[in-house]
Design a binder for this molecule. Structure first.
Ligand code: BEZ
Length: 327
């Protein structure tokens, strides 16, 4: 822990310190999503834009599908400077920077357009200032992966039907709290392991977004789609603080401009496409149920009580932003 703190402190100092001299770079950007996923395509677009804007000086090699390890592994590599950049789930960030768990308040956002407005707010962006000190990375901006849904098997017409069901979740505390409150048996599992786990019956159902249900054909191994929109699922574009410290002001500005544009494009894509993917799922051979906040009974209030203790200020801030941006 001592070593970790020293590393974070030096990373934070490095971020605020003098910029380095301009030099050509081949940046490495890691993510866990598969090649055709919106995040991966956006990372490639960012690389192409940076290459062009730098007159060919900088290139970005994108490593999708967990090629560099899971997000915890990538975070370590970012901290040491072995990895330059990543598009990372805020879920992983929230395991180390608790305030970020507040984004997962169930039904904080009404839909993807509302989620995008929250993520574009000054208050949400200000939370990125914590990252050099807590994680050793510079947060450039937020993206997202749509709203969370539940795809499962069995006769699940209300929350009681989920009781005891093994539901795959992304591994992070805020999600674990929600499924525990529901009385389900949450099964944390990284994205690349999901297909096999659902196909071979290791889990009964999955917590997932509409894009990936369509892209990975998860519905072929489930019979019930609960369209819940119960949580937003933010992503953050980050640069290693150690790498950032060695970049010139000009290169920092170029990276910020083009990565921000790519992340903004990710938000736009989900705002446009989230409902379109839902319509595709509705046409699949599954029972499709529209379920809102009431479906979850007391679980939402239970989650809120836990997180009002754990991250009270961040929760209050994001609730204020959600109210101010609600259409
Ligand atoms: C997931 O863990 O479900 C997930 C991770 C990254 C992008 C989208 C979904």
């Amino acid at each position: 822990m001592k070593h970790f703190n020293a590393l974070m402190a030096s990373a934070a100092i490095a971020v605020t310190g003098m910029a380095g001299a301009a030099q050509a770079n081949d940046f490495r950007l890691g993510l866990i999503t598969p090649p055709p996923h919106v995040w991966t395509l956006a990372a490639e677009d960012f690389g192409a834009a940076l290459n062009e804007a730098s007159g060919g000086e900088h290139t970005v090699t994108v490593f999708p599908a967990q090629q560099l390890g899971n997000e915890a592994d990538m975070l370590q590599q970012l901290q040491s400077g072995a990895l330059d950049m990543a598009f990372m789930t805020v879920a992983e960030v929230s395991n180390r920077a608790t305030d970020f768990g507040a984004f997962y308040q169930p039904f904080l956002a009404d839909d993807m357009a509302h989620a995008a407005a929250i993520l574009r707010s000054d208050e949400a962006r200000a939370m990125l200032d914590q990252l050099p000190g807590t994680l050793g990375v510079v947060g450039i901006g937020f993206g997202s992966a749509g709203m969370r849904q539940i795809l499962t098997n069995g006769d699940v017409t209300d929350a009681a039907g989920l009781s005891g069901q093994k539901i795959r979740i992304t591994p992070f505390e805020a999600n674990l709290d929600f499924y525990n409150a529901l009385g389900a048996a949450p099964t944390p599992m990284p994205l690349p392991a999901v297909f096999d786990a659902l196909a071979n019956g290791q889990v009964d159902g999955i917590d997932m977004d509409a894009e990936l249900i369509v892209l990975q054909s998860y519905h072929e191994h489930a019979d019930t789609m609960l369209r819940t929109n119960h949580m937003m699922f933010p992503m953050v574009g980050v640069v290693s603080a150690r790498v950032w410290a060695g970049l010139s002001e000009e290169d920092r500005a170029l990276i910020t401009e083009h990565m921000s544009a790519a992340l903004d494009g990710v938000l736009d894509t989900y705002v446009e496409r989230d409902d379109v993917w839902q319509e595709e799922i509705r046409a699949f051979d599954v029972t499709y149920i529209d379920a809102g906040r009431d479906f979850f009974g007391d679980a939402v209030a239970e989650w809120e009580a836990i997180w009002e203790e754990r991250a009270p200020e961040a929760l209050e801030t994001l609730r204020g932003v959600a109210d101010a941006t609600r259409q």
